[in-house]
Write a protein that binds this ligand. Structure first.
Ligand code: F0G
Length: 438
């Protein structure tokens, strides 16, 4: 394939990001057969549509369209996602088209005048994973996969389960026993995936699913799958569109297995190459202090990878050995990005602020807002800069943690909103109102 000229290229193909080996788009492998590096999807440039202005126009015109592809905030950008996908192969809910919110209380708390929240929890299964899953599941169908699988901290499994049900494919998920938030586990079971509660952490689940996928001929849909990345790029594309292609100074996102960081880097690189934007925003990746291998590696100038035994209340990003490290480093270098970490206390406080603003999000998502506040305090982000923080998951993903936080008495967290039990009469209500007025 590498000898071919551009004219003879297929519409899309895969390339190893480490050694450059090329594979056809139809290859079900999740790693380079030569060097084990991660794969990346490439597409022929989106001609005949041509100019950036024309592309922007096409994307915008499709918004709100009624066909299955135009209704999706992923497939609306199909020229940059999977240009030759046929409508009958596409597995869509639809997804995407998520809001970009402005909440004064959150901006004030973070210390940035212009802070916008890209709420990916508003996707159909409540997290950004749906954007990658629609493309991954479509690819599974295109290559005739007989079953799909993933390891997950909960959101990928919920998304995979829903999209596999839509596609009519058997789904197998591996989750760490006792470490998945209630809403996510409930979804995964309800959508009908075969759910394996593995006695081990996420990293153990991931090692197991990789082996199982390879030996048992099941298509792997973790974020090392390059087609997932193509879908997740649309978080950035849609944000840029919502900002009329005036990029923000910073995009902050929580970082776990680093698939999303990789997707953001690829989206920004391509948006720049295509002339959709004239300058690159900087990425700010935020980890939990107890699950911070990427932040540690960043502080050392990425001279060596780190691996930690992960521990954090933000179970979505409780990952000690991120799979997409190389691709994420490339994204950081491209955007002159930064990585930092925040404590569980900071995450919970940020979450309480985001929740009480009416926006609401799950714990891992709040890490991005906590990270913005920390970077402002350190002088890395200036208060006058334009910042987008990505809220990756819905407030109801982790109801167990929410109820514990708001009902904790020993001591009560500063932003807890304790429920008040009363007798069923008006004077009891008056008493409560009186107390809150005084
Ligand atoms: N935020 C949420 C809500 C997540 O569920 C995840 C990852 C991330 C952030 C981090 O994204 O891994 O691409 O760096 N959740 C995966 C899962 C691991 O299995 O649901 P990442």
């Amino acid at each position: 394939m590498s000898e071919r000229g551009p004219a003879e290229r297929p519409v899309s193909w895969q390339v190893c990001a480490r050694c450059g080996k090329e594979l056809p788009a139809s290859s079900p492998r999740s790693q380079c057969p030569g060097c084990g590096g991660l794969l990346e999807v490439r597409h022929r440039p989106p001609s005949p549509h041509g100019s950036p202005a024309k592309l922007r126009e096409i994307f915008a015109a499709r918004r709100g369209g009624s066909g299955p592809l135009d209704a999706s905030g992923v497939w609306r950008y199909r020229e940059l996602v999977l240009p030759d996908a046929r409508e009958e192969d596409v597995v869509t809910y639809p997804e995407g088209n998520t809001p970009l919110l402005s909440r004064g209380a959150v901006s004030r708390w973070a210390g940035v005048e212009s802070l916008l929240l890209k709420h990916e929890g508003m996707n159909p299964t409540g997290s950004f994973k749906d954007r990658g899953m629609t493309v991954g599941m479509t690819q599974a169908r295109r290559i005739g996969a007989r079953a799909v699988a993933c390891a997950s901290t909960g959101n990928t499994s919920a998304s995979l389960a829903a999209y596999a049900a839509t596609a009519g494919l058997p789904a197998l998920v591996f989750v760490p026993a006792g470490q998945v938030a209630l809403g996510k586990l409930a979804q995964t079971l309800a959508y009908g995936a075969k759910t394996l509660l593995v006695r081990g952490d996420f990293d153990a689940c991931f090692a197991l699913v990789r082996e199982a996928a390879e030996k048992l001929n099941v298509y792997l849909l973790n974020s090392i799958n390059p087609f997932r990345i193509e879908g997740q790029k649309t978080i950035v594309l849609e944000t840029l569109e919502q900002l009329s292609y005036e990029p923000p100074d910073w995009i902050a996102l929580p970082a776990g297995n680093l698939g999303n960081t990789s997707a953001f880097g690829k989206a920004l690189r391509e948006a720049c190459e295509l002339g959709l934007i004239a300058k690159l925003p900087r990425l700010a990746c935020i980890q939990a202090e107890g699950a911070n291998p990427f932040a540690r590696a960043f502080r050392e100038g990425f001279t060596r990878p780190h691996r930690v035994k992960a521990e954090t209340v933000a179970t979505a990003i409780k990952i000690g050995d991120p799979a997409s490290l190389d691709r994420a480093i490339a994204a950081l270098r491209l955007t002159d990005g930064v990585v930092t970490d925040v404590s569980d206390h900071e995450i919970l406080e940020a979450k309480a602020v985001v929740d009480a603003s009416g926006a609401g999000c799950e714990p891992a998502s709040a890490a991005s807002v906590a990270g913005v506040r920390k970077l402002v305090a350190e002088g890395v982000i200036r208060p006058g800069q334009r910042v987008v923080a990505v809220l990756t998951g819905h407030i109801l993903k982790d109801p167990g943690l929410l109820l514990r936080y708001h009902q904790e008495t020993d001591p009560p967290p500063s932003r807890a909103n304790r429920p008040i039990e009363i007798d069923a009469n008006l004077s009891a209500v008056e008493e409560v109102l009186g107390a809150s007025r005084s």
